[in-house]
Design a protein around this ligand. Structure first.
Ligand SMILES: [Zn+2]
Ligand SMILES: [Zn+2]
Length: 264
């Protein structure tokens, strides 16, 4: 498995355009430090959330499945689906595309695909397992992210091929679920040093969830733990890196490629 971190930031990005805090000032002054909305490209074929699709530095033409975590617009941004039409108008032909995720996220996208666009829809709810058109097997797990709001999803976390645990946006503790030992865990760390908040992790929650996942065996000695959904509530890069390092985690910059050490 190869995971391209297209974006590792919060909904408002880091820096937040409206903010001049110490963390945002540091991010503006540091080349390569800016973080866009969290989304990742898995094996070139599975696009997990679209918030940073417009900033992707790699082409997305090989994507066969777009998989959404929830219907917040920084995750289920439907505009990239429209851009497929623009490319087809110039070059002809549209490859098939599966759009998968919570029903509310799929509903956000329906007006953005043309009637003749070869799109298929795969609604997912917590507990569902699916073999996606991208070839990946996913297990949808419950998130703790406005669970009672029908416009959000309900929000989901994903086990992808028992290798990647995509765990954003969610508060702590994570809802009960069975887990294998993952090779990659990408965990929400939206709220940095802010007080506890039910819909996202702050750094204390992040540490507690990692301890819980370690106790359950979901994180083993070789698991790479990556903090995502990072906002400027987190400290500037070197301080965040030091803090995460003590927790056995890291926050590589947007654009980083994580490569599996397992065969296949
Ligand atoms: Zn800020
Ligand atoms: Zn959200």
């Amino acid at each position: 498995m190869e995971i391209r971190l297209l974006g590792t930031g919060s909904g408002d990005g880091w820096p937040n355009p409206w903010c001049t805090c110490r963390s945002c000032t540091w991010a503006r002054a540091t080349p390569g430090a800016a973080r866009g909305q969290t989304s990742v490209l898995v094996d070139g074929t599975l696009l997990l959330d679209t918030g940073s699709a417009r900033r992707a530095t790699v082409p997305l033409d090989t994507v066969r499945t777009v998989l959404f975590t929830h219907a917040h617009p920084d995750h289920a941004d439907p505009q990239p689906l429209l851009w497929r039409q623009a490319r087809a108008a110039r070059e002809g032909g549209l490859p098939p595309l599966e759009i998968a995720g919570p029903p509310a996220a799929l509903d956000l996208c329906r007006d953005w695909v043309a009637p003749d666009d070869p799109v298929t829809w795969t609604p997912l709810r917590a507990g569902d397992q699916a073999r996606l058109a991208s070839g990946h097997r996913v297990r949808a797990l419950p998130a703790r992210h406005w669970p009672q709001d029908p416009h959000v999803g309900p929000a989901l976390l994903y086990d992808v091929d028992a290798t990647l645990f995509a765990a954003w946006d969610t508060g702590a503790p994570l809802p009960e679920a069975e887990h294998p030992t993952y090779e990659f865990v990408l965990l929400d760390c939206n709220n940095g040093f802010l007080p506890p908040y039910p819909e996202h992790h702050n750094l204390a929650d992040f540490a507690a969830t990692l301890a819980d996942l370690r106790a359950r065996g979901a994180i083993g000695p070789h698991t790479r733990v990556v903090a995502v959904s990072l906002s400027c509530a987190n400290p500037p890069g070197p301080e965040l890196d030091a803090h995460l390092s003590r927790l056995g985690a890291e926050a590589p910059p947007d654009g980083t490629l994580l490569v599996s050490r397992r065969a296949g």
